[in-house]
Design a protein around this ligand. Structure first.
Ligand SMILES: *[C@@H]1O[C@H](CO)[C@@H](O)[C@H](O)[C@H]1NC(C)=O
Ligand SMILES: *[C@@H]1O[C@H](CO)[C@@H](O)[C@H](O)[C@H]1NC(C)=O
Ligand SMILES: *[C@@H]1O[C@H](CO)[C@@H](O)[C@H](O)[C@H]1NC(C)=O
Ligand SMILES: *[C@@H]1O[C@H](CO)[C@@H](O)[C@H](O)[C@H]1NC(C)=O
Ligand SMILES: *[C@@H]1O[C@H](CO)[C@@H](O)[C@H](O)[C@H]1NC(C)=O
Ligand SMILES: *[C@@H]1O[C@H](CO)[C@@H](O)[C@H](O)[C@H]1NC(C)=O
Ligand SMILES: [Zn+2]
Length: 718
């Protein structure tokens, strides 16, 4: 034989042997599966097992405030600005912790466009006398390796003009100025922070003709107990604190809209990129700096409701005394930087292809003890207690992902890129996303944003957790009897946006908020300033009682979603929500919509009711006596798809990235949520122009709403 023939014989013999072994194995395993009724019943029992309620208490018992405190100290030990070495380091830290907790973990990086102040030039506002001399210049106090206060994605610019005070720079504020015959054209405007997203302020100022905008935190809003009672003695903003923050209305990486920022990605060219970004320079300053500008203003006094609490007479302008002018100089640069998401994973025991997700960002403007770290410590402790249970042999039915996002502060960049990178399987396999950004922002009561489908998950979990004040039997009772009790729509503002508004994945976002009586915003007074540090957090939650309470609520919500046989979505709440939403719609637009459309709206809602009732009876039957695991899975798939049916491929009018007809951010205030976010721009059209075009736009949008409600019904039926 030649060596080739020899090899052939050997190979043939090996193949025959292999075929024999495979045959034996098939015989062995098919016998064990097919011929042993015992193991078959065992398998069925396993597939049909209900979520184990005893796990809840075990999770609660394992929560350890010592571990939470340790993580908080490490994370807040340095400034954690996205795109810097410090945030790569914190990514490594979270990754190593996840592995240590017994999870799988992966770090995923993207190369994205971020915005930073030019290191070689200061950003400032100055006062210029009539003869051209500069008599005042703002200073940003910067220590160590902190970055000076700035508004990310503000264009660079050096503008000079008259100053106009525009209150909070909302649309209504500019309308008021118009009614006073005051033009902002060619001026620099100064606006108070608060009452809406800063990016909308910049857009409104630009549309009013301003050439630049200065943002400041008025002590009336951020130091309500007086300028003598501030950090470090209280959590109120001192006179040299400034709120940083991005001002973009398009979220995700600015250079790769709709696609992940990978090496192979197409990136927008400079002019395409600039057309998406804010148009006028914008700078945040402290109130002691604002005082120096505002105390020089001329013109009429502002309306009473516009006044802040600085010790000056607030005037509208335009301009400063003695023909002084304002000079605003911003030099920011756009830079490609690498960002790092960390994804920890627990593989589900029975349905590993169904995912429950918990996420929060890790990047901060400076130390970020509250935003985001108070949420990151809750997510990490949840991961740790789940890891402990894994070690004890328990594993949830479905998979759980723990997501640490980067560059949220630059416009939800890390979460958007990851969602764009994984959108197809997430669409078919993600059950829910829980966001825990800034989970302890106050210590009065919980502020809950949720989609109706998840409301009950929160209620059930919070009912199992003791009230940290010991006044009520549970957090649920304390929350629902609190004078401030209200439910909030999801809106924008954090990393749930790409999941919910982009892919229709049901989301909730609970956080402890408010300080009794004196502070009623959901963020903290020190928000995005350098004073939001470890010490500030410890003033709100000295014993980590609230961090622990949030960890309990979150762990139990995750357990319920990941381990219940039937996904615990509340369809009744969705029905109620839709019924109220269309009533609101008809109250507002009934005239425009007309009786025919109105009838179709009612027909679609009825169809949804009928299908939901049918599905609920099926679920009841399954819970009673149906042991067909495929049947349960069919029902779960319908539940999983329900939220997706309200997506429209082309996106909402005004922002095509937002595709959910109900749960997308409001276009007038990106932080907020409204019932039908796609009707925001159209409402204005009716109120101001009232042309047939506006009416056609309404018809078009309402037709889409009707279609999607019918789709919801069909999704539950089919
Ligand atoms: C990021 O992408 C840009 C544009 O393709 C490229 O010039 C740059 O080298 C990349 N940076 C890194 C760190 O990969
Ligand atoms: C604004 O100007 C219009 C037209 O010039 C005038 O009719 C109106 O009275 C003015 N309003 C105020 C508040 O000055
Ligand atoms: C604030 O403190 C300063 C200096 O200690 C003091 O002069 C002033 O009266 C205080 N103001 C108030 C309102 O307490
Ligand atoms: C008014 O308030 C500013 C800013 O807090 C402060 O710098 C200034 O000293 C105060 N002036 C008076 C007269 O109280
Ligand atoms: C809640 O926060 C306030 C403000 O920092 C603090 O004074 C208070 O002691 C906190 N309450 C509890 C129960 O920790
Ligand atoms: C808009 O115009 C219609 C007639 O085309 C009228 O009936 C309606 O009252 C107007 N609405 C507003 C808000 O002006
Ligand atoms: Zn945040």
């Amino acid at each position: 034989m030649t060596s080739r023939e020899y090899k052939k014989v050997i190979w043939t013999a090996l193949l025959i042997l292999l075929a024999f072994i495979i045959g034996v194995l098939i015989g062995y395993f098919s016998r064990t599966i097919v011929f042993q009724p015992d193991s078959r019943t065992k398998l069925l029992d396993k597939l049909n097992r209900e979520g184990d309620n005893r796990i809840t208490q075990k999770l609660f018992d394992k929560i350890d405030t010592g571990q939470i405190d340790n993580n908080l100290r490490i994370l807040t030990g340095k400034p954690r600005l996205a795109g810097t070495e410090n945030n790569r380091e914190s990514g490594d830290f979270v990754h190593r912790r996840f592995l240590q907790y017994g999870l799988l973990s992966e770090t995923i990086d993207y190369n994205v466009t971020l915005s930073y102040p030019d290191k070689t030039a200061d950003n400032y506002v100055s006062v210029i006398e009539e003869d051209g001399t500069e008599t005042f210049k703002t200073v940003a106090i910067v220590e160590g390796d902190e970055v000076q206060p700035y508004n990310a994605f503000s264009p660079s610019g050096n503008v000079m003009g008259n100053l106009v005070f525009v209150n909070y720079a909302r649309e209504s504020d500019f309308q008021k100025l118009k009614s006073m015959n005051l033009s902002c054209s060619g001026t620099i405007v100064i606006a108070k922070y608060g009452k809406g997203f800063r990016g909308n302020k910049v857009k409104n100022a630009y549309e009013a003709g301003a050439v630049g905008i200065i943002l400041y935190s008025d002590p009336g809003d951020y130091s309500p107990s007086g300028t003598n009672s501030t950090y470090p003695n209280t959590v109120f903003l001192p006179n040299d604190g400034a709120q940083r923050g991005n001002i973009v209305l398009n979220k995700g990486d600015q250079s790769t809209p709709g696609y992940p920022a990978k090496e192979y990605s197409y990136r927008l060219r400079e002019h395409e990129l600039n057309s998406r970004l804010p148009k006028i320079p914008c700078l945040p300053i402290s109130f002691s700096n604002a005082y120096s500008l505002l105390s020089l203003m001329t013109g009429d006094q502002v309306p009473d409701e516009w006044k802040g609490s600085l010790n000056i007479t607030y005037r509208i302008g335009p301009g400063l005394t003695n023909k002084r002018k304002i000079n605003l100089k911003v030099s920011n640069t756009l830079e490609y930087r690498r960002i790092f998401n960390v994804i920890g994973k627990i593989k589900g025991e029975l349905e590993p292809d169904r995912y429950v997700m918990l996420g929060n960002h890790r990047d901060a403007w400076v130390y970020g003890s509250i935003d985001p770290m108070s949420g990151t410590i809750v997510m990490m402790e949840t991961a740790r207690v789940f890891g402990q249970l894994l070690k004890e042999g328990w594993r949830p039915r479905r998979s759980v992902l723990f997501c640490s996002w980067d560059a949220e502060e630059f416009g939800l960049v890390g979460s958007f890129e990851w969602v764009e990178d994984n959108s197809k399987w997430l669409t078919s396999q993600a059950v829910a996303y829980i966001n825990v950004d800034s989970a302890v922002s106050g210590n009065d009561t919980i502020h809950l944003k949720t989609v109706p489908l998840l409301q009950k998950v929160f209620e059930d979990a919070s009912d199992k957790v003791p009230d940290p004040y010991g006044k009520y039997n549970s957090v649920y009772e304390a929350w629902s009897s609190h004078p401030r009790f209200r439910l909030y729509k999801m809106g924008g503002g954090s990393d749930h946006v790409p999941f919910l508004a982009g892919l229709g994945i049901p989301s909730m976002y609970p956080k402890y908020s408010y300080l009794k009586d004196i502070w009623d915003s959901t963020s903290t007074p020190l928000y995005h300033s350098r004073y939001e540090n470890y010490h500030a957090f410890k003033m709100i939650d000295p014993e980590l009682k609230f961090a622990k309470t949030m960890t309990s609520i979150i762990s139990e919500s995750i357990r319920n979603l990941a381990d219940s046989r039937i996904i615990p979505f509340d369809i009744d709440r969705y029905l109620e929500y839709i019924s109220n939403a269309v009533e609101e719609l008809l109250n507002h637009f009934g005239q425009v919509v007309g009786p025919k459309m109105e009838e179709w709206i009612h027909r679609s809602v009825n169809a949804f009711h009928v299908s939901a009732a049918r599905l609920k009876s099926i679920i009841a039957a399954i819970n009673n006596d149906n042991d067909d695991p495929l049947y349960a899975r069919q029902v779960n798939d319908k539940l999983l798809w329900l939220e997706r049916t309200f997506l429209i491929g082309e996106g909402l009018p005004g922002n095509s990235m937002y595709k959910h007809l109900l749960h997308s951010p409001d276009s007038a205030n990106y932080y907020g949520g409204v019932t039908f976010p796609g009707l925001g721009g159209i409402t204005q059209c009716i109120d101001i122009q009232n042309t047939t075009e506006c009416h056609m736009e309404i018809h078009k949008h309402v037709a889409k709403i009707i279609q999607r409600i019918f789709d919801a019904s069909k999704t539950l039926d089919s």
